[in-house]
Design a protein around this ligand. Sequence first.
Ligand code: SAH
Ligand code: SF4
Length: 407
Amino acid sequence: MQVTPNGHEPIVQPRIGADFTDGKINLLGLSRDELKDALRDFGVPEKQLRMRTTQLWHWVYHRGATDFDVMTTISKDMRALLKTGFVIERPEIVEAQYSNDGTRKYLIRFADGNEAEAVYIPEEGRGTLCVSSQVGCTLNCKFCHTGTMRLVRNLTAGEIVAQMMIARDDLGEWENPTEGRMVTNIVMMGMGEPLYNFDNVKKSLEIIMDEEGIQLSRRRITLSTSGVVPHMERCGEEIGVNLAVSLHAVRDDVRTDIMPINKKYNLDAVLSACANYPGAHNARRITFEYAMLKGVNDSDEDARELVRLMRKYKLPAKVNLIPFNPWPGTEYECSDWKQIERFSNIVFESGISAPIRTPRGRDIMAACGQLKSASEKKSKAEMLREQAAANEAAKPQSAAHSSTGLT
Ligand code: SAH
Ligand code: SF4
């Protein structure tokens, strides 16, 4: 793998350990079919399978149950039996931080010790949960804190769904109200590139959208991508959620400098994929995210070029201008407020909506692009331990090889 502008190579780590606890299967993150199969394998009679699946699904995703004891629609004996094979387990919340603007950030530790963050942002009339799809990110956009993490692994579907469960636990949002919900929207805009973890993201969102569970409408879910062109169409067709695209520059040289993925999928490729996004029309506009970086992408000329591109590709678009959120060690500064407003006005005057996003949760490092977990440190220590263990394990083997003359 190539060294990135941040000067490091991301280490992609496989998921260690499946969703098992003491040999028991965690129900969180299983699709309906998988749940049914797990019950069948466990010995639930064929004629009960549909009913049991529906019952468990209701308790786990409609009521937020974490314990079989509360499942009063299931007989005591059956509950006792289920407990021997299954658990309903959330990952650990290592830290919950509350910003003075109401934003809540959860640092979540998964079974293998890796960590990711989820952020709840309350607004007038709605509440948005920003969900992570990976521990770290392989893409290393120069302005993004997550991109500086060395370690990367995909989150499982269970780990993605768990972020929603944890937020609803914390907000006291069970049993699944239909009116006055606190988490009304989800944005896949936390750590990681969701389209590099397509299958798990798809599965988790299907669980979250399920009509007998959490029931969040696909119209209330937005997936943000840095422009992984081959999966964009699939996202529209197979998941059907709203699309947000991290644009951040209107010229290929600038975009390549700040977003190395532009070398692979340049502006033309990304904008063409946007033009073909299934279901993209005025009622369902694509959102373009644009972080305002002082002296990099924020000139009047850039704003005019942005308008030209939106017209050229006939995009039903909305542009979200994000004042750059600083993090320790970054080389960038946020554009001057006056310039952000000028930029916004130029785009607005062309008839394209270009609101300036108010930064939320900056005091707890919860704003866009500020998320980073300590997984990096742990992984290094872990890797050293693993390496030592592997060396140890290799010793007798190499001795055996030399004794058989294989060396
Ligand atoms: N990986 C996906 C989704 C997560 S990032 C993507 O890149 O689209 C969510 C948004 O925050 C993206 O638009 C990202 O480019 C932007 N962002 C990253 N770092 C930022 C920063 N420091 N300030 C403002 N926005 C940032
Ligand atoms: Fe990854 Fe998105 Fe950050 Fe780029 S902006 S490094 S794609 S999380």
